[in-house]
Design a protein around this ligand. Structure first.
Ligand SMILES: [Ca+2]
Ligand SMILES: [Ca+2]
Length: 260
């Protein structure tokens, strides 16, 4: 990693106020990195084109609005054979001076996607089973104009830990509720999780504290928002609109991911 970071510093130097976006610049299904410079004078863009990973599978999903525009704010969930569900949001503006592509990109490695669900901001949704021929393609998903038109198929495959509900959508199975004895006696406390469940030892904690995942100690309670822990703010409001240090880190991660 250190070597990759040094290489990134060598390539980008100490440029100030540069911004970056990750996108599939050449349409080959592998994400590339574009870095802009020049806060006060014109400077060329840097384009880092990914050439490794050609044997990996991928899927790109483009949800559309009812008017055919990119569906900003839509959520795209892809279920897979081995690695569970993957979620992307079509971002309406990633941050200061840059913006992500309005495409849900899924790098699958050797895995296979089995179904895709799209949720539009107005609550409309669709679901569609996928097969091998859908891998390594760009999937355009039109807005389902007819509220009553079937938007799912009976052969939906959601993968381990999920089941198809009465609306034809993949939903998490509550293993703790369905199988009350799913946890072993030494770790009897069951906590349902998205796609799985956890078992821990029984432990009482004082107010403001909660057992850790193993039930071996009490830790301070933390706030959760939508299942993920809160995190600190970032430069430019998050997304991939970042300062030079984060660009170098992003570049390092991109380069290192190609080496694996
Ligand atoms: Ca590419
Ligand atoms: Ca579960």
């Amino acid at each position: 990693m250190r070597q990759v970071q040094d290489r990134a510093h060598h390539l980008e130097g100490d440029s100030l106020e540069c911004r970056a976006v990750v996108t599939d610049f050449d349409g080959d299904g592998r994400l590339d990195l574009i870095v802009s410079h020049g806060e006060s004078a014109a400077q060329p863009l840097s384009v880092y084109r990914v050439i490794q990973g050609s044997s990996n599978r991928w899927l790109r999903v483009i949800p559309r609005t009812r008017f055919g525009a990119f569906a900003r704010g839509a959520k795209v969930v892809v279920y897979t054979k081995r690695s569970g569900p993957h979620t992307r949001i079509i971002d309406g503006g990633s941050g200061y001076l840059c913006e992500m592509e309005p495409v849900a990109h899924f790098g699958l490695g050797k895995d296979l996607a089995t179904s895709v669900e799209v949720f539009w901001p107005d609550g409309r949704s669709m679901a569609k089973p996928l097969d091998r021929s859908d891998m390594n393609t760009v999937l355009e998903v039109l807005y389902p104009k007819d509220q009553h038109e079937p938007t799912t198929a009976p052969e939906m495959e959601c993968g381990h830990g999920f089941a198809v509900n009465e609306h034809g959508r993949c939903t998490d199975e509550d293993e703790c509720f369905q199988f009350p004895s799913v946890c072993p006696p030494e770790r009897p406390v069951c906590t349902n999780t998205y796609g799985s469940f956890k078992c821990r030892a029984n432990k009482r904690c004082n107010h403001g504290y909660e057992p850790n995942d193993e039930g071996t100690a009490c830790v301070a309670q933390v706030a959760y928002f939508g299942g993920g822990q809160s995190s600190g703010g970032g430069d430019g409001g998050g997304g991939v609109c970042v300062g030079v240090e984060r660009i170098l880190l992003l570049l390092s991660l991109l380069l290192s991911s190609q080496m694996t």
